[in-house]
Structures are given as C-alpha cells and as structure tokens.
Write a protein that binds this ligand. Sequence first.
Ligand SMILES: [Zn+2]
Ligand SMILES: [Zn+2]
Ligand SMILES: [Zn+2]
Length: 326
Amino acid sequence: MDITDKTERLELYKDRNTQAFLSKFLSGEIGELLPVYDPKTGYHYPVVEAILGDSSEANAFLNKLYDAGVLNRKLYDKVVYCPKCSSASISIRYCCTYCKSFDVQRSALIEHVKCGYMDVEENFRKGDKLVCPKCHEELKKMDVDYRRAGTWCTCNDCGKSFDIPVTGHFCRDCNSIFTFEDAVITDVYSYSLKEEAREEAAIGWVAMAPIREFLAENGFEVESPAFLKGKSGANHMFDIAARKGKTPQKVTVIDLAMAGEGVSEQPVIALFAKIFDVAPGTAYLIAIPKMSENGKKMAELYKIKIIEAENSREAIRKLEEELLQK
Ligand SMILES: [Zn+2]
Ligand SMILES: [Zn+2]
Ligand SMILES: [Zn+2]
C-alpha cells in the first residue's frame, strides 16, 4: 500500500464530512452507495449531498475518497448530456441511414418456413391472421410455420429501407440534435467502502470516541477534532483538545497515529510543529500499536508524551495513569 495514499486517507478520516459519510458504511446503513436518477439533471447522491449541504460538491467529494483508496467504485451507468445546454433530458433517435430523418418505421421480418418467402410482418397481416403473400397459406405457429428473421426499417421521408438505423440524440430542453461524436458522456459509479479503509477508519476515529468519553467523564472539557489558534495566528487541528478549568495554558492536546509496522516519526514532527505554535500544557501522541525508536527519541526531544497502545482501551488505561496522577 502506498504510504502517501495512507497519509492522505488518515487526513481524510479527520474530516467531519468524511466521518459522517463513512459511519453510514461502518454502521451498515449503506452497503453500496447507488446514484439516484433525476430526469432533468441526471444522477445524484442524495446521502452525500445531505452531508455536504451542497450538491455541486458531491462528485468531487466521492472522487477524493476514491483517489485516496477509501472507496471502491463500479460503473453503474453512463449519462448523455447535451453539448449545448448540458441538459440530461435527452432522447435517442433512430434515424434513416440515407436522409437522417427519424421518421422511421420499424417492422419485424417474417419468413414463411415452407416456401421460404420473407417480408415485413405488415405484408403478412390479413385482419388478425398472418397469411403468406406468395403462397397464400395461413401461418399459425411461430417457429413451426414461420420464424422471425430480425427487423427491417423503412424511412417515411425518403422511402428507402435498411436494417440498422443510425443513432442520434435530441435535447428536450434546447431542441438541438447531436450525434454520438458530439455527445457529452459521463460515467456514473456506485461506491463501496474498501476493506482496509473500513479497518483504518474504525481505528482512526471509532477508537477516538471512547477516549473522548473517558476524558469527558473525568471532568475535562473535550473538543475533537479541535482547532486551536497559535501565536502565529494560524489554526492548528488536533484530534482531541481537553481542558480542565479556564486557564488556556492548561490545555492537553492529543493526536492519534497508527501503523501496523509501528508509527514513524512523521506524526511526532507534525505534532511538534503544532505545539510549537499553540504551546499547550501537555501534548500526547497515542501510537497504535507502537512507536518507532526514532519517533520515541524525537518525542523525548520535543517533550511530547508517547502512549503506546494496542487499542483504545489500553490507551485509556495509560492516559488515566498519566492524567489522574496530577
Ligand atoms: Zn440542450
Ligand atoms: Zn430517409
Ligand atoms: Zn409461403
């Protein structure tokens, strides 16, 4: 798995919209996200739009999650849009190969098995019976007396006949007619959550929830994710900020990082850059399941407390020792 993709995903999991969206997969509310069709504007993802509060951002939001490897996608449909006015209200026209008129009559071709005569169905019609125009015998049973031999088109404008019409498009909104070459065609996907993303997301912020709760139960005022303003005036995001009392210097900031093979020094450096500006009382980095040696050395240098834990329960136990001894 690509490391930059993983970093990108971990960033995405911190986003509230992403959390709200992915929690629908994690809770089982959505197995697969299917687009919903609107005859005027084409496909939509109402679930996503409700979360974002803006329908124009839905596709970009889903693309971002797909690019970062959070979502799988499957081709669901293609939508044809008018090249002139972008409407999705498009009808398909089957046109004459000679004069391009769409006033085309489609007929079924019928073959009389016994005499071999073939013609369009209308020429066999005698009232509600089918009678062969050549040998005048009545055709009773399909696949015994006669068989269907495909379709045959006749143009009502130029009178010529052909078997396969050419396809054209008509925009019901601006009345323009356009061909396949000019049509704007968009792929529409259904989405599902990738298995590895399900695990990452579950640890990434589902693990965070019990930690937040623990802090709140112990009289902390908890903000998560928290945006704290630094001396430089910039806002920095921490996974959790917890404070007791009103003194701003006493704020405890917590970031959570995880990596199967051990957390690298990268989150330590990132946390240091933030606490350098924000100057909190204490800074913790919860490393799931463990911290690399390099990371530990750096954390000591930067005065960041490392909590190594297999899961959130162990993290809480260790945080408890740390916080309640004061
Ligand atoms: Zn149009
Ligand atoms: Zn024609
Ligand atoms: Zn016949």
